[in-house]
Design a protein around this ligand. Structure first.
Ligand SMILES: [Zn+2]
Length: 56
């Protein structure tokens, strides 16, 4: 039981951390001067890892 509570708290903590990191990555990608590296299917920025599909 205590183990379950501990695990649930850890999951909540990680989910909040995940959201925060996603926000930070999004902000970073918004302000990046992209340098794209292309593959046949997508292009990825080597600086911020933003990926855009080349399928339209
Ligand atoms: Zn970028």
């Amino acid at each position: 039981m205590e183990e379950a509570i501990r695990l649930r708290e850890e999951i909540l903590r990680l989910q909040e951390s995940l959201l925060e990191h996603r926000r930070q990555l999004f902000a970073l990608q918004q302000s990046c001067l992209h340098e794209f590296q292309e593959t046949p299917l997508a292009r990825t920025c080597v600086k911020c890892l933003l990926t855009e599909s080349l399928y339209y």
